[in-house]
Design a protein around this ligand. Structure first.
Ligand code: C2E
Ligand code: MG
Ligand code: MG
Length: 277
């Protein structure tokens, strides 16, 4: 199945990412350059996609598809709030499109905690008129430093999300281990190990230790643990042997436009159909 996934989408185009260039987020918003791409999350036990993360891109008239750090790294709070609102509405529309194609998959979206506190999420969901029978909920990915930096706010937001069947994921897990391990309850349902610690975890003892601690923390609190940025079969096998069940990374699939995600899911359905015959 892994070979099949890679054959289907091994070469997603890399976005424009000149480290020295910045494009103001205000301009990206004003000119409507935003696009959402999706990267599948894979169950490492059977190599099946179990969800996908929405990752924002800007389609610039000269630069082509531009990576987020170019327009997010210097963005102000107001523009980030506008971006978050547009991204959530787009994810809801894309979720419905996928559901109509028979792919009711759990989508995740990156939103800063400060924006989550301000967005009228219940109203946005209600006004999107989603087919309630199939609703899988959304996962809101929030960077570790924001969650650890304001646990009471994260707790409050998790409470607002619960009746909407939505949850928080702690993104870029690593440095906050000791702060979290002391708590009795964690306000998120998913923990994503930062790529920095996944990298070479099969031969780097310190990274392997951090991954093992994250997986143990997940087991203790009943969280899904996702390893981010898996690039090699060695890393994937090591993570599996440590008990990590979900992975995301270029080894499996790069971020792709939603049309390609639908094609990927259809291809997998086709492959499953063929292998079941
Ligand atoms: P993130 O949420 O931690 O997303 C994971 C990043 O790792 C993505 O970069 C993804 O393309 C990249 N990645 C995934 N697998 C691999 C791999 O195997 N190797 C390597 N080298 N990279 C991999 P991307 O799309 O450039 O996004 C960077 C960051 O920008 C995200 O990190 C997130 O913090 C932020 N971001 C993305 N979309 C949004 C959004 O809609 N809103 C906000 N506020 N931030 C966003
Ligand atoms: Mg993320
Ligand atoms: Mg991350």
């Amino acid at each position: 199945m892994l070979k099949g996934l890679r054959e289907l989408f091994s070469s997603g185009p890399a976005p424009y990412a000149d480290p020295h260039e910045r494009i103001p987020l205000g301009e990206v918003l004003k000119r409507n350059w935003l696009e959402l791409w999706y990267q599948p999350k894979i169950d490492l036990r059977n190599m099946q996609p179990v969800g996908a993360e929405a990752l924002v891109r800007a389609r610039h008239p000269e630069r082509g598809v531009v990576a987020p750090h170019i327009f997010l790294s210097e963005a102000n709070e107001a523009d980030l709030l506008t971006l978050s609102e547009r991204v959530v509405l787009t994810v809801l529309a894309d979720w419905e499109l996928l559901a109509r194609q028979g792919v009711a998959m759990k989508l995740a979206v990156n939103v800063p905690l400060s924006a989550l506190a301000k967005l009228p999420l219940a109203q946005m969901l209600r006004e999107s008129h989603l087919p309630t029978g199939k609703w899988t909920g959304l996962v809101f990915e929030v960077a570790e430093e924001q969650i650890v930096g304001d646990l009471p706010l994260a707790d409050e937001i998790a409470g607002v999300l619960r009746p909407l069947d939505c949850t928080l994921a702690l993104d870029d897990f690593g440095a906050g281990y000791s702060a979290l391990a002391r708590l009795r309850q964690l306000p998120f349902s998913e923990l994503k190990i930062d790529r920095m610690y996944v990298m070479n975890c099969h031969r780097d003892r310190r990274n392997a230790d951090l991954c093992a601690r994250a997986i143990e923390l997940g087991r203790r609190f009943g969280l899904s643990v996702v390893a981010e940025g898996i690039e090699s079969v060695h890393e994937s096998r090591k993570l599996q042997s440590l008990g990590c069940h979900i992975g995301q990374g270029f080894l499996f699939a790069k971020p792709m436009p939603k049309g390609q995600l639908i094609g990927l899911m259809a291809g997998i359905g086709l492959m499953a159909g063929i292998s079941n015959q």
